[in-house]
Design a protein. Sequence first.
Length: 239
Amino acid sequence: MSGLLDEVLSSHGGFGRWRKIEKIEAGASIYGALWIRKGHGDALRGVHITAKPREQWISYSPFKGEGKRSVHTPSRTVIEDTKGKVLEARDNPRAAFDGHTAESKWDDLHLAYFSGYAMWNYLTVPFTFALPGFQSQEIEAWHENNETWRRLRVSFPDSVATHCREQIFYIDPRGLIARMDYGATVTGGVPTAHYLLDHRNFDGIVLPTRRRALRRNADGSAVPEPVFVAIDFDDIRFS
């Protein structure tokens, strides 16, 4: 574990606090140009999210209509009713994106998979970086917003569904993640600069309450418009 990673874990609440958590719940609105492009517009506004921190399991409710919810794991994505009756399901859901481009439309199970794995990562980073299979290395610093941001290059294990295997995380002077860079393979690999904003302490865990994902230029700078993904959290709860 790198010295920078130790600082980041401490600034976000500490791994000791994280290990006591069994469930994460959040209220959020998710919107932006990506969802419009994929044919789902405001489908994820006003959702309730439930996730398990120690396995990649996450659910959205309501999902594409009242009385329905999504359930995502890396190997299977399901849309079910509130009593657990399966309405739609897809095994090996990532394979359903084979051949997709940035312009490809999504069905409801594509949406459930992408929104599921992405949000699970967002709610569990940086604590997942301390788990077996993750590798992190500090790389050269970056200057933005009149600050110097230290950077971590993180390699994700194959067992974790995520945007891409290698991602860059920018750490502000407080030790908080201010930005992450990736190219999500299931959305065509578009270079992305994803900003984490307005961090708050939620029962000992510090997470951003707003996220904005923008296109990234070849020089690493972000294109301000359009906002491809916007996430606004109403609340995050741990139990």
